[in-house]
Design a protein around this ligand. Structure first.
Ligand code: LLP
Length: 417
């Protein structure tokens, strides 16, 4: 179930996404191209939904991981709510038809305009990260004659064993409110008439493959919930356990969801607690591949460079997090070689893989960078004035364009000429 190749498989040496040949897709839509498997998105959601079936719950897909409106629409129809972190993501979620009461809003830097938008929209709750933020929400809600439902995001100071850029639950991180400050914050909230504390939120990081950090964070959050109850916060009945569920990129493990579910079942006996989780990568990560075509094969003194038509501007994870992304030749050839797979960008950090043994490659071949569905297109840029790639959604043997390839005109469309 968890293999990163499950939805991208070879049939007679040709790589397929579900029942669609990737070589044909690349011919039809061109490269670079993001291709997504609908089945993978839906299967991962269903797996998580089943895992939480013994608790009242809502799965809020983390929009930031892959925010194409067609993906959001698909997840919304599956029953997902959304985890958003900006006005732009609220706008996307609403445009995709997500019910406002299924939207939760996190982030350390919510602006006045964003809070107004969230209140006008009528989202389910704000996940608050500081006292000044709660004060701002209270003041805006008062002006708008509304009550804002809020959850406190606590920083549980838990080690998530992941890359330091994507660790968020340690006390040196900018996220959440420290446990020590809670009594002070709760007293302040008691004096505010336009915010209502309805939940608690923890999110300790991303790409976490061990169950233990989740267990620790969950237990700390439950302790805090009990304390809040003792302080008279009896409406605080939602526990948002965040996202961060790790996937397989290579031979390593993904988070064992059944084990995770057991831990949660053991820890949370009170069925009046409404659970929220905010998975992004777990749903979108293995659902996507980035197709890119080999432009040149360049032999240098000590290395062979496979130079492709995509790079760090379309998938920044290898260079930003030293992340492994598996690379498969769309048409498998005999033999293997050790190469650097690099892009056209004028930076030495522009690579997908270094000293990687991959199947033998020739100029003109199409390569698939796997597990690129999360934080791929969502973090893509137009650096060096390369237009953004197109995106295609596969469903069984059908496929459709869900984002047009950008043109050169698009590059300067917002500039005043
Ligand atoms: N909830 C909150 C509050 C978050 O900050 C995040 C991710 C998520 C949920 C979803 O996390 P996920 O389930 O996808 O791990 N660009 C990095 C990952 C950054 C994650 C940021 N926050 C990467 O490519 O690895």
């Amino acid at each position: 179930m968890n293999s990163f190749r499950e939805y991208f498989t070879y049939r007679n040496d040709k790589l397929y996404c579900e029942d669609v040949s990737l070589e044909e897709i690349a011919e039809e839509y061109g490269t670079p191209l993001y291709v997504y498997s609908s089945k993978c998105f839906n299967d991962k959601f269903t797996q998580l939904d089943k895992a939480l079936s013994s608790h009242p719950h809502l799965i809020c897909y983390s929009v930031k991981s892959n925010s194409n409106i067609n993906i959001l629409r698909m997840m919304q129809s599956a029953g997902c709510g959304m985890d958003v972190v900006s006005g732009g993501e609220i706008y996307r979620a609403i445009a995709a038809g997500v019910q406002p009461e299924k939207i939760v809003y996190a982030g350390v830097g919510k602006t006045t305009a964003e809070i107004e938008l969230a209140l006008t929209t009528g989202i389910r709750m704000f996940n608050c990260e500081s006292l000044p933020e709660i004060e701002r929400i209270n003041a805006i809600a008062q002006r708008m004659k509304k009550t804002a439902r809020i959850a406190i995001r606590v920083n549980p100071d838990v080690e998530a064993n992941t890359h330091h850029y994507i660790t968020t639950g340690k006390k040196e991180n900018k996220f959440g409110i420290s446990m020590q400050l809670l009594p002070h914050i709760v007293n302040a909230i008691k004096n505010m008439s336009y915010v209502q504390l309805t939940g608690l939120h923890v999110h300790i990081g991303s790409q976490i493959t061990d169950v233990e950090p989740f267990e620790e964070a969950c237990n700390r959050a439950l302790e805090v919930m009990n304390k809040l109850k003792a302080m008279g916060m009896d409406k605080c009945t939602t526990l948002n356990l965040g996202g961060g569920f790790g996937i397989q990129y290579n031979d390593g493990n993904s988070l064992d969801i059944d084990k995770w579910a057991k831990v949660i079942d053991n820890a949370i006996k009170d069925k009046n607690i409404f659970l929220i989780i905010e998975p992004g990568r777990y749903i979108s990560g293995n659902s996507g591949a980035l197709l890119t075509r080999v432009q040149y094969k360049k032999k240098a003194d000590t290395k062979t460079f496979i130079i492709v038509d995509s790079g760090m501007h379309h998938l920044i994870r290898p260079t930003l997090y030293q992340a492994y992304q598996h690379i498969a030749n769309v048409t498998l050839r005999e033999g293997e070689e050790i190469v650097d797979v690099v892009g056209p960008i004028c930076e030495s950090g522009d690579f997908f893989a270094k000293d990687r043994k991959i199947s033998y490659t020739q100029q003109g071949d199409c390569l698939a960078v796997l597990s690129a569905g999360a934080y791929g297109m969502a973090m893509a840029s137009r650096y060096n004035s390369h237009p953004l790639p197109a995106e295609v959604l596969v469903d069984g043997c059908t496929h459709r364009l869900i984002r047009n390839r950008e043109s050169y005109e698009d590059l300067i469309a917002r500039e005043r000429v």
